[in-house]
Design a binder for this molecule. Sequence first.
Ligand code: EUG
Length: 602
Amino acid sequence: MSSKSDIPLLSEKHSGIPLNLLEKAQRAKALIYETRTKETKTRERLPAIPQGIDKSTFIKALDELGDQLGTDNVEVNEKPLVDGWYMEHPNTHDMMPILDDEELVASAVVYPSSTEEVQRIVLWANKYSIPIFPISMGRNLGYGGAAPRVRGSVVIDLGKRMNKILDINPNDYTCLVEPGVSFYALYEAIQAKGYDHMWIDTPDLGGGSVIGNTLDRGVGYTPYGDHWACHSGLEVVLPTGEVIRTGMGALPGNNTWQTFPYGFGPYSDGIFSQSNFGIVTKMGMTLMPNPGGYESFMYAFQKEGDLEALIEIIRPLRIGNILENVAQVRHAIQTLAVKGLPRTKYFSGDGPIPEEIVREQLRKMPIGDHTWLYYGMSYGPPHIRKYKLDIIDQEFKKIPGARKIDPSTLPEDEYFWSRDRIAAGVPDLVELLWVNWVPNGAHVAFSPVSPIRGADAMKLFNLGKRRHDEFGIDFLPAFCVGLREMHLIVEIVYDKNDPVKRKAANDCLREMIDDAAKEGYGEYRTHLVLMDQVAGTYSWNDGALMKFNERLKDALDPNGILAPGKSGIWPARYRGRGWEMGKSSGGRSEGNGVTPSKNTKL
Ligand code: EUG
């Protein structure tokens, strides 16, 4: 069956939507396009040629690659930059630009069909000293999407043709996937096989690549929430073209690649996450046993300051596994924003929406007035759940005014039910709705990590609020509580068609990163344009960690071709030429050239 709208289905395209989510996707798309005023340019552009190579050599090199991969699998990026939306996203640029649209763009996109073709692309890049930037599916939205850090890089879109689920093992509860497998696709495949006894762990939105999300150390909402901790085994193409398998994968004939992550000797996997040291072409992932029952619950807390006591209550319960999943503690503005309507529906002024207006709206909703909502889930059969839920109830109700909200009072389209599906490993699309808070809505995240302590939560909350007020931006904080730490996730939602709003978002983020670092907080992940700054905050012992990363980079990638600048790691050719972005670089993402390549023979 084909979609009536132009939204590609999962059956038609690796990045498509499962049929049962099509209606939701159509509604989400309609809402997005209703508020869109940004025009899609229609004229052809000149492709961005990477620094360090002249245009004619570059075009000749692309022709040569076309001979190897087939000309259909090498696309020059000279078409207009079309942003699309979540389900129809570009692979040539960041569809949520913070800088000018033409800053973080690919010169070309190539589509390998196998690990061997990835090796060929890598050898080709070395031959011509052309920067390459691999993406799995390019849905790292809020952190740069599909965009390369270095303008004019050749994007390797791994997912388009490498999207097989190579194995689902119903006895070991594991799977082995390629980069183009989304959480939607993995979920659907497990359902299609009738494996009711196994769950996947999905992030808030299910369209991302399982490999891409895991390598970026993303989070899901079942008890398996830490994706990196749950993977087992990688296949990696090194920047010099060799292929390795990590862990037990190095032992020929093994049957433990997906069950014992460490193998023998140094544990190499870590250097391939959030890095530019290799291209991951296969990854093993563990699957969770169906716990035999589950029950979502939600508590509302009235006062902003209740956060402090709540987080103190959460810590022992979370570490003790009475609270079993990555909980979200979300602020009232998000309750309103995730309804999917623009803020102008409620408030026509400039600057942050007044608290009272938000509260007035909430009072009209089934959930009622609150500042914070705790979304969690209890797993197992009823008597097991009751034991845990009773403790949680007793503890949460110590906070004056705390209310447990009875799910049976909530309508079917209430956001609560989306969290319910996600915490049961069922991927969804609803989280997308708050991008409509402003016209041409884009988002970019500030994601500092702290211990699960009330004082830290308040400090980070106040730090973020102060800077958002200063820059006139609505503050949408959510705390995601892991086992011993929490990620505060603050998504700035801004009009990407408005250069003033884009700059305000960028400036606000840069201030918050510095403020947080002064207090000892660092980000777990960040947008491409903020990577240098964030990397710079991890500076202990005269930047010893970055020096180590640079040594690895120089050894593994002597020609500096793979994703230069990713996570702030620049190859030797780029260093000392002003490629790092920070407060003073304005809107410019490029440095002043590269050192001529020594073309180290591989
Ligand atoms: C979200 C969560 C994240 C992240 C970016 C966005 C969504 C929040 C837990 O990590 O890094 C609603």
